[in-house]
Design a protein around this ligand. Sequence first.
Ligand SMILES: NC(=O)CC[C@H](N)C(=O)O
Length: 698
Amino acid sequence: MRTVSDYFGSLVFDDRVMRAKLPSDVYASLKRTIDEGASLDTHVADAVATAMRDWAVEHGATHFTHWFQPLTGVTAEKHDSFIAPSPDGGVIMEFSGKELIQGEPDASSFPSGGLRATFEARGYTAWDPTSYAFIKGHTLCIPTAFCSYSGEALDKKTPLLRSMQALNKQALRVLKLFGNEDVKCVRPCVGPEQEYFLIDKAMYEKRKDLVFCGRTLFGAKPPKGQELDDHYFGAIKPRVEAYMEDLNTELWKLGILAKTEHNEVAPSQHELAPIFSVANIATDHNQLTMEIMQKVASRHGLVCLLAEKPFAGVNGSGKHNNWSLATDTGVNLFKPGETPYENAQFLLFLCAAVQAVDNYQDLLRLSVATAGNDHRLGANEAPPAVISIFLGDELTAVLDAIETDTPYSGTEKTVLKLGVHVLPKFTRDTTDRNRTSPFAFTGNKFEFRMVGSSDSIACANIMLNAAMAETLKEFADRLEGVSDFESALHDLIKETIKAHKRIIFNGNGYDDAWIKEATEKRGLLNLRTTPDALATVLEKKNVEMLTSLKIFSEAEIRSRYEICLENYCKTVNIEGLTMVDMVRKEILPAVEAYLGDLSGTVAAKTAAVPGLACKYEKDLISKLSKLADEISDAASSLDTTLIRLKAIPDVTDAAYVIRDVVLQKMAELRVVCDEAESITADKYWPFPTYGDLLFGVR
Ligand SMILES: NC(=O)CC[C@H](N)C(=O)O
C-alpha cells in the first residue's frame, strides 16, 4: 500500500524535483531567486521550463497555465497545450522560459475598479517562483502575479508579496538592533483554519438560493439545531469521513499540509486546518483547498458550502487566520524566549502588533468586509465587528507591570527590567477563552478570527503585514543610533503600552456591555457593515501608510474600494432577486396549492355532513391566506426597491440603500415566508427544509 509519504507532493514541482531534474548551476541560481528574490536570467528560465515540461508530461499533463488571483476572489486560469507542429506532420511538446516567466491573458473581463481607464485592458502575468508549480488535472499550473503594463496590481498576490517585502525590510532593521546579524529574512507564516458545511447534492439542487447565492435565504427553524452541542468534535459520519479521506489525499498530492479535521458546532459543519506555511504559499494553498473541497464533494454526492452564513439560527463559518513572523534562522518572533534579551525582543514585536492593530483597526476590519461576512460578525457566534486583542491575563499583567514600573508577581516580585530579567513562563490560554476575540494571542502566534470562510486570506494578510511593517518602521527609526539601547527600548515599550492598551480586551466580546465600553469609553471603531468598513480605506492615514510602504498605489486603493463595494451590491442584488423569484414561482404557488386542497376538504366535509364547523381547516385557511397576502406584498416591495436600485449610478450610494433598505426588506420577506413554511404541510413545501439540509447527510 502506498503511504502518505510516498505520494505527498507528487503533483508539485518542488525542491526535491528541482534538485533532481535541474543542472546544479541552474538549481543554485533558481534557489537564489526563490530565497533572496534575485532576478532570473533567460538561460536559467529556459532550463527550468524544459525540466518542468518534461516532468509535467511524464505526469500526464498536456497543457500549462499561468494560475492567478484576480480581484474576483477566486483563481483564474487559461490553458494552452504544450503542442507545437513538427515538420513530419506530428507534434512536439514545447514550453519556453519566456512562457514560464510571463503570460498575457486577456484581462478585459476581470474587475479593475476603474483602473482600466488609465491603462490598457491587457494585463500580464508574471511567475512567482516562491510558490511551486503544480499539476491539476492535465494542466501544469504556474502560480503568477497579475499586473497591468503600467505596473498596477490587478490581483491579490502582488500586494501580498509587496507587503511581505515591506515587513521583511522593517523587521530586519529591528532585529539588527538586537544583534541578530545572521538573520537574512523575516516572513509572515500563516495557517488558515477553514470551516465549511457539507450538504446533500440532490437537496442542494432543489434550492435556488443555494444554487445562486451559496446560502439559504429562507428556512423555518427546525425542531433541532445546535443546542445540544452534540456535533462539535462529534464522531464523523461515514459519508463525511470518506469525503475527508479523499480530500486529504488530493491535498497531500498537491503538497498542501492538511493536518486537522473535525466536526464543528453547527450540524453538517466541519473544519480543516493545515500546518503553517509562508503567507503567499498559504494563500495559494487555501485557494486550492477551497476549490478541491468543492470538487471532491461533488464526487461524493455532496456540496461543500463555503458561505459565511449558509443557515440562519446556527453558527456560520469563519477562516481563522493564524499569523506569526518567522526568521530564516528558525525563530518565531512571537514566541517568548529563554533569555532576557530574547524576551525584550519578543515584547517589542508583541507591542508592535498591539500598536499595529490599534492604529489600523479599520484596515483589518475592511480586509474581511463582504456581504456574506456581515451576517456572521457580531452574531454571537463569531467575533463582533469591533476589533480588540486578547492577550490573556498573564501577558496583560506583564505589560501592566512594565507600563507602571511595578513589580510583576510572577517573577519573585521584582520590577521587570527589559534585557535583564527573563519573563515568567506563560501557561497557554485555552483557545476556548479566546473564542469571542477578533485577534487572539495564542502563545506564539495571533489568531485573526474575523476572516470569512469564503474569503481569500490575501487581503487580511496584506493589511496585517502592512500595519506591522509601518509600526516596526517607526520603532526602528526611533531606536536606531540611540546611545543607551536598553533604556530607549524600555521607554518605547512603556509608551506603546500606554498609548495602545485600549485595544487589549480579555473579556467576553459577545457581551453588549463590551461593545458599549469599546465604542464609548475606549473610542474603538464599530464598523458594523461592509459599506461602513470599506469607506475607511480612503482615509488619509491609511492611504499614506499603504502608499508609502509601496503596497498599493492610490489608484490601486481606489480600484479595490470600488470592486469590493460593487461586489457587495451585486451579491445582495442577486440574493434579493432570488428571493422574489422563489416567492413568486415556488413559495406562493405551494401555499396556494395547500390552501386549495384545504378549501376543497372543507367543501367536501360540509357536503358530507352539512353544517360541520371545519374550524381547524378554516382557521388555517385564514391564517395562511393572510400570510400569502403579506408574502406577496413584501415580495413586491422588495422587487420595487431592487428596480430603484438599478437606477442609482453611484456605487457608494447604492451600497447605502442596500445596507439601509434592501437588507431590511429581505429580512421582512423572510419572516413571513418562514412562518408560512411552519404551518404548511411538508408535502406541499417546494424545496428541502432546514431539517432536511442540516441533518440529511448520514
Ligand atoms: N468553534 C469555533 O471556533 C466556532 C467559530 C465560528 N464558526 C466562526 O465563525 O468563527
